[in-house]
Design a protein around this ligand. Structure first.
Ligand code: IPE
Ligand code: IPE
Ligand code: MG
Length: 250
């Protein structure tokens, strides 16, 4: 009996997370430390998106969700915002053939409406060209905010109720899941934030309720695949109780 339990537990320990979400923070400070303009940090950050994406795809992660631009980031200087809006086009222009070759599917979450036309064009081309791919789902959170997502979802649900298509009594947690940008995706088992900040900054508020949190002082452009692997192995050793008890405590 005990042996079986042990075996089961070690099988669980080995399971890879299906979904990793990353708050890619610290680009500006990375650049500042090197006396470079902040946008150079964003450029280097984009190079790291390539390295981490390749690795996630190689190790068999199913979903990698990257916080690229928040609904609050519009408050930055105009020149920085326009650079950030240009990045998806630059990134995908150079990287899309490799993503296609690696069977990666590109998805976006967030409010597209406020994005410049050229950003939407670059992103929707990648989404369209990779829509039948079955490997890693690379999810870009672009003009994403957890509160904005909830307001949008609640409005849609209220609309269905007022049209008589949905009964108030039938609204469940599953209903809310289906009205979020992430409908159909698994919840992130791991949520990582780089750069030594300890907050969610409005990222995946609903979806991260039971995520395992990981923080590192490393700035995003310097976050390596080795550090990611270390976090994954830590994750595999953590006990996720979801409010219950560990098997041996029952
Ligand atoms: C994260 O890096 C990237 C975005 C928010 C777009 P920051 O630009 O926030 O870098 P720091 O936090 O100022 O160092
Ligand atoms: C969160 O980082 C947003 C992204 C990484 C895209 P911020 O740098 O915007 O977060 P705060 O302002 O430090 O909370
Ligand atoms: Mg920051």
């Amino acid at each position: 009996m005990f042996g079986w339990k042990k075996q089961k537990q070690s099988a669980e320990m080995k399971a890879l997370p299906e979904h990793i979400a990353i708050i890619m923070d610290g680009n500006g400070r990375y650049a500042k430390q090197r006396n470079r303009p902040r946008v150079n940090g964003h450029y280097e950050g984009m190079q790291n998106v390539k390295r981490i994406t390749r690795h996630a795809s190689d190790v068999g992660i199913k979903y990698l969700t990257l916080y690229a631009f928040s609904t609050e980031n519009w408050s930055r200087p105009k020149s920085e915002v326009s650079y950030l809006m240009k990045l998806p086009g630059d990134f995908l222009g150079a990287f899309l053939p490799e993503l296609i070759e690696k069977n990666v599917r590109v998805i976006t979450i967030g409010d597209d409406d406020a994005l410049p036309e050229h950003t939407i064009k670059a992103v929707s081309e990648a989404v369209e060209k990779t829509k039948n791919n079955t490997g890693l789902n690379l999810v870009f959170a672009l003009n994403y905010g957890g509160r904005n997502e909830l307001v949008r979802g609640i409005k849609k649900i209220a609309g269905e109720v007022s049209k008589g298509k949905l009964d108030v009594e039938d609204i469940s947690q599953g209903t809310i899941d289906r009205y979020l940008y992430t409908a159909g995706m698994p919840e992130p088992e791991m949520m990582i934030r780089t750069s030594g900040e300890y907050r969610l900054s409005n990222f995946l508020l609903w979806q991260s309720s039971y995520s395992e949190l990981f923080f590192t002082d490393t700035f995003w452009p310097e976050f390596t695949t080795d550090e990611l692997d270390q976090m994954i192995s830590q994750y595999q050793k953590r006990s996720r109780r979801f409010g219950g008890l560990d098997e041996e405590e029952v």
